[in-house]
Design a binder for this molecule. Structure first.
Ligand code: 6XA
Ligand code: ZN
Length: 343
């Protein structure tokens, strides 16, 4: 299987994040990509190639133009305000506050275009996010052009980013950008299966009223886990998209035996939908030793996940999302991809 990655994706290099009421070392770090690349090479998964540059158009098909302008010009505004370190939002237009007027100040804009204070934004963040989106697009193109599967080593990840906001370490929704690009380039039916530990709220929201892109997500129950405000079982889509969104919220402590029946259910939905291409939002944070998560996958369970997805017999684009147990991340990720190839 081919892997797509650009060294520009290393340039998003956050130092700290706000977590548990403290500033802690960031967990979504360049080392994640390095260990995955190293393991791909050691285990001979296949060629690693640079992404093509698809330009702004595929990003504009998913994201709000004002949001993209904000991201593009963020660092010049931030430094013009006298700041030099990575940025964190701290005020949001919640209920009773106005969203019809965009403030001028960069602190107001940070709140307008974000969902949390846990996602550091630095000088090279948007350039790295664009490279990550190009990685997703190139992997999608490989599969559209006939590969059985491809792996986009996306970092920063994408699935929490909505049409006009960043959050959960995500700035551009790589899976949504790839899905929309496939739809715009002749693929009729796309399914997105999100197996990251966290609900893919951004992806769900982008396709919630559509029947051409099926969104399925297995994740930790939002009653007790980030992103807290989306990902419940009763969210099944709206208008034309009614019935084309499915969530499997699972309890803390879920292991492979608890996960497998939900995965079977999701796979049945994929089979009924009959997608031309499947996109897997591939988080490895269901791992038992993940520092921010609460599921109990063993490394071998990732192989089983890959094998089960392979049995769907659909051309598949794997796009990396979360997973923060860095030492095991390469093993867990390549286990999915090798499991898929072994079938
Ligand atoms: C809050 C947790 C962010 C979740 C990031 C993630 N700091 N999403 O792995 O899939
Ligand atoms: Zn996650």
């Amino acid at each position: 299987m081919k892997t797509v990655f650009s060294s520009r994706q290393f340039d998003h290099d956050p130092k700290q994040e706000i977590c548990d009421g403290e500033l802690k070392p960031a967990v979504e770090i360049p080392e994640r990509a390095r260990i995955v690349l190293r393991t791909i090479e050691e285990r001979g998964l296949g060629e690693v190639m640079e992404p093509e540059d698809f330009g702004l158009r595929p990003l504009q098909r998913v994201h709000d133009p004002e949001y993209l302008n904000f991201m593009e010009s963020f660092w010049s505004h931030w430094t013009a305000a006298g700041r030099s370190k990575e940025a964190f939002p701290f005020v949001w237009p919640v209920r009773t506050l106005r969203t019809d007027v965009a403030p001028n100040h960069i602190d107001g804009l940070l709140g307008r275009y974000s969902m949390d204070a846990g996602t550091p934004l630095g000088e090279h963040t948007f350039a790295a996010a664009k490279a990550s989106a190009n990685t997703a697009l190139t992997a999608a193109k490989l599969v559209k052009d006939g590969e059985t599967a491809a792996f986009g080593l996306c970092r920063p990840p994408g699935h929490h980013s909505g049409r006009d906001f960043f959050g959960g370490y995500c700035f551009l929704n790589n899976a949504a950008i790839a899905a929309q690009w496939l739809r715009d380039n002749g693929t009729d039916r796309v399914a997105i299966l999100d197996v990251d530990y966290h609900h893919g709220n951004g992806t769900q929201s982008i396709f919630y009223d559509r029947s051409d892109v099926l969104f399925l997500s297995l994740h930790s129950d939002p009653m007790q886990e980030y992103p807290y405000f989306l990902g419940h079982e009763d969210e099944t889509g709206e208008n034309a998209g009614t019935g084309f969104n499915r969530n499997w919220p699972l309890p803390l402590g879920t292991d492979w035996d608890g996960y497998a029946p939900a995965l079977e259910d999701a796979c049945r939905w994929v089979q009924v939908f009959k997608p031309d291409i499947l996109i897997v939002s591939l988080g490895m944070d269901c791992f038992e030793n993940d520092p921010i998560s609460g599921f109990k996958f063993k490394s071998d369970d990732f192989t089983k996940l890959g094998q089960r997805l392979s049995a769907l017999d659909v051309p598949t684009v794997f796009l990396m999302e979360g997973g923060y147990a860095v030492d095991a991340l390469g093993t867990n990720c390549v286990n999915v991809l090798e499991g898929f190839e072994a079938g």
